[in-house]
Design a protein around this ligand. Structure first.
Ligand code: IMP
Length: 434
């Protein structure tokens, strides 16, 4: 791991279903002056991160959360070629950040010219699917359509916008294909090439101002002994190949995919932060193996503000799941564990942890590949005593009640890596560093 005497890659990612508070860990780590760039390597604006500092709350979708550090020192944000970019929405996000006083410009934001573009026809296809029997409960940002066309060699890269003749040549077969589906399968009006060209012309110059090649840029930082920080957007169990297909997302989310996502060799990774929280949440169907009773779920949803940042959907709430922890320890163990939102569980008695799955009376020894198999497992729950003391804002391990310490140790164990941070509230300062 890593190359002695050189810089390194730090990764921050979530091994479960997302929404575990990665952005606050990214924010914490970018305080280190060695971090020169924060990059994203997969997904698009299906992600939603909220970062709170002072009285300001900032929501981020496609742009890496590290951009907030620009208020204090120069840090570059990089959106890699493994991402899918909706140019109009990225420009709108830049404007929203500027309105909150965060100075985003081509000096501190680089978007890979290799990133695939999400255009209105991708959006129309997803909207049609999500309105019918093929609905998957996505974030409705046309993520799978954009990756799907890219895989069929009919995608459009940001760099294609530099030459509109090339763009039209590239996009026409994709549009013909889309129109055949829109009209033939969904009874909708076709979308004309003029419409698509007009949509692109309206934002082409502005978005191209950010375009460049992230591969030499990021690798030159590493060769000059700097640190680059990779922000995983979608979580491990949503990975297209390793997760709960077909209810996960369309990209690869585990750290090894930085190679195709930004052209950085994963052997540069020196720190890999695995971020979970003190319970599990899921937006979208399938995957939650040990749901909490609804009364408790409602309480935690309100206390923990468990509503999607992107979709505003209420998140389903479940107990921590050792089978997912063991899956993570096998597939991509990471180096450091972070547990957020432990304060949310104060005064809940007893706490449960899913320690095993059983199916037909037999122990299931590994997380199932076929997601429907999860519908037939029975979670085995182990009870833990809760605590009553309000722990919001606690900053030392010794100040946590013993039962909280015991619970945190129990949910950490399957990950097989040291617990190094515990979040005790949403503020930047409400964190225990071990
Ligand atoms: P898509 O990525 O919009 O295609 O959605 C596919 C599935 O992944 C849906 O179940 C979404 O709810 C879920 N998903 C995608 N991005 C996120 C995220 O950032 N947090 C939580 N769930 C997500």
């Amino acid at each position: 791991m890593g190359k002695p005497g050189y810089g390194g890659v730090w990764i921050v990612r979530d091994p479960i279903f997302g929404d575990n508070g990665k952005a606050r860990v990214v924010d914490h780590l970018t305080a280190d002056p060695r971090v020169q760039a924060v990059f994203r390597w997969q997904g698009g604006d299906n992600a939603g991160h909220s970062v709170v500092f002072g009285n300001t709350e900032i929501d981020l979708h496609a742009i890496p959360a590290g951009v907030i550090r620009c208020l204090e020192r120069p840090v570059m944000s990089v959106m890699g070629r493994g991402m899918v970019i909706n140019p109009q929405r990225v420009l709108a996000e830049i404007e929203r950040l500027r309105a909150k006083g965060i100075p985003v410009s081509p000096d501190n934001l680089l978007i890979s010219e290799g990133a695939q573009l999400t255009l209105s026809f991708h959006m129309a296809l997803e909207a049609a699917r999500e309105a019918g029997a093929g609905k998957k409960g996505t974030t409705k940002k046309a993520i799978s359509q954009t990756y799907g066309f890219a895989r069929m060699y009919q995608g459009v890269r940001l760099g294609h916008l530099r030459n509109m003749d090339q763009f039209v040549r590239q996009v026409t077969p994709a549009l013909d294909y889309t129109n055949a589906i829109l009209t033939g399968c969904f009874g909708q009006e076709p979308i004309s090439i003029d419409q698509v060209v007009a949509e692109v012309e309206a934002c082409r110059e502005q978005i191209l101002a950010y375009a460049g090649n992230e591969i030499p840029y990021l690798n030159s930082i590493l060769n000059q002994e700097g640190v680059i920080l990779g922000e995983g957007a979608q979580a491990g169990m949503l990975d297209h190949d390793l997760g709960i297909y077909p209810y996960g997302t369309a990209s690869n989310t585990w750290p090894g995919s930085i190679q195709s996502g930004v052209g950085v060799d994963p052997s540069w990774i020196t720190e890999d932060y695995v971020v979970i929280k003190a319970y599990i949440t899921r937006v979208g169907p399938h995957g939650l193996t040990a749901p909490m009773p609804e009364r408790l779920a409602t309480l935690i949803r309100e206390r923990g503000h468990e509503y999607g940042v992107t979709t505003k959907r209420p998140r389903d709430i479940g107990w921590c799941d050792n089978m997912i922890g063991e899956f993570c320890a096998t597939v991509g163990r990471g180096t450091k564990l972070v547990i957020n939102k432990v304060d949310v569980l104060t005064n809940i008695h007893p706490l449960m942890v899913c320690t095993e799955y059983r199916a037909g009376g037999q122990v299931v020894d590994f997380f199932p590949t076929v997601v429907e198999d999860l519908d037939h497992i029975t979670p085995v729950l182990t009870e833990f005593a809760g605590w009553t003391q309000d722990i919001t804002g606690v900053t030392t391990w010794a100040d946590l009640p013993e039962n909280a310490q015991r619970y945190l140790e129990a949910i950490s164990r399957p990950y097989q890596i040291p617990l190094t941070m515990v979040g005790t509230g949403p503020e930047r300062s409400q964190i225990i560093t071990l």
